[in-house]
Design a protein around this ligand. Sequence first.
Ligand code: TYC
Length: 104
Amino acid sequence: MTAKTPAEPVLEKRRVRTKPPSLFNVVLLNDDFTPMEFVVQVLQQFFALEHEAATRIMLKVHTEGRGVCGIFPRDVAATKVERVSSFARQHQHPLQCVMEENGT
Ligand code: TYC
């Protein structure tokens, strides 16, 4: 009698295609009241920008109405929006910071 070798369990590899996580733009909106230097300070403090880059973005927001200050995964973007909004409120400035899905 020949001993039968038990059949090996077959584990098929499944190709699971997971999408890379979405990225979000953090956007500053212009208003008529928040001082320019405060916006520059926010950009330096919360987005780790040099004074020159922060000034460039502030002026873009001032002239065009809005500007992207950074692109992050959802939870990081949400935290930036929360921290910037809270800081602006503390200082009684109406500065608005929002996030939007980055389509690319
Ligand atoms: N428009 C503001 C002013 O003239 C400056 C400003 C820039 C405000 C960017 C908000 O997100 C902003 N003082």
